[in-house]
Design a protein. Structure first.
Length: 283
């Protein structure tokens, strides 16, 4: 009876895994088949032509999404690691720390449109950044922070206490122990959390609509305070509001480019993760 239950359990687990993979492959295949025809050098490097979508390209949207990804990485990753270090290494085990940790976990599930409203109120109006690339980066960084903090906290808590105690016993200060012992061990796991958060941020539409994204620009952004184009918003408008009969095909091509861009960013983070693992011989 026990063996039969175990067999059924393993079958359900395998079926769930294969179903998830098949759904992912099906989605990629549908997007690829619908949008691969529009992919060309002109499409990737040209400026968008609103009157004739076949004559232009999505280079401003690619560049805008790239700026968003880099900006969110530079803002949220150091802040997330710093917050995790404070909570794990310096914060006392009391009611306030537990409340903060619960709040951070809950913030990871807040709808993205709420972060958009937060960014609109704080960064656009209160800080007077206007609807700009900088306001969008800060908004998406706030949305990504809970993912990075949670991953880093869990990784820091998994560091064996004996490593910290050995470092302190050898005369190292608390900060030296954190910097030389703990951080190298948690970087791979923190990168994993960062990948998830940043990939989610790059695919969001609702927050960036409120804080600076636009469908059509005649020039590239030259300042953090300029408006910008972004691939998810561009694809959304093409698929739902553009009158050209080829719009859905071009929306699929734009979505395909976004998937490839996120894949390249994730691949780079995975390479860094394996580099740190091999450098510090993390098992």
């Amino acid at each position: 009876m026990l063996k039969k239950s175990e067999t059924i359990g393993f079958f359900c687990i395998k079926a769930s895994a294969y179903a998830g993979i098949l759904l992912l492959l099906a989605a990629l295949a549908l997007i690829g088949l619908a949008g691969y025809r529009v992919i060309s050098w002109q499409f990737l490097t040209g400026l968008w032509q609103h009157q004739d979508i076949a004559a232009g390209g999505i280079w401003p949207a690619i560049l805008g999404s790239f700026y968003l990804g880099v900006g969110v990485t530079l803002c949220s990753f150091p802040l997330g690691i710093g917050a995790a270090i404070y909570l794990t290494e310096y914060g006392r085990q009391n009611f306030w720390r537990r409340s903060i940790e619960v709040a951070i976990r809950n913030l990871a599930g807040v709808p993205s449109v709420v972060y958009g409203l937060f960014g609109l109120g704080v960064f656009v109006y209160l800080m007077r950044l206007g609807t700009s690339l900088l306001a969008a980066v800060l908004t998406l960084s706030a949305m990504t922070l809970p993912w990075i903090i949670t991953a880093a906290v869990e990784a820091l808590q998994a560091v064996p206490p004996a490593l910290r105690e050995s470092s302190l016993a050898l005369g190292a200060t608390k900060w030296q122990t954190i910097k030389q012992v703990a951080l190298p061990l948690v970087l791979p796991a923190s990168l994993t959390g960062g990948i998830v958060g940043i990939a989610r941020a790059m695919g969001e539409t609702a927050p960036i609509i409120m804080v600076g994204a636009t469908f059509y620009l005649t020039k590239l952004p030259t300042s953090p305070l300029d408006k910008f184009m972004a691939l998810p918003y561009h694809s959304f408008i093409l698929a739902t509001q553009h009158s050209d009969p080829r719009a859905v095909e071009y929306a699929s091509g734009t979505a395909l480019v976004l998937i490839v861009l996120v894949f390249i960013l994730s691949l780079g983070a995975i390479i860094l993760r394996y580099y740190f693992r091999s450098k510090y011989k993390i098992q």
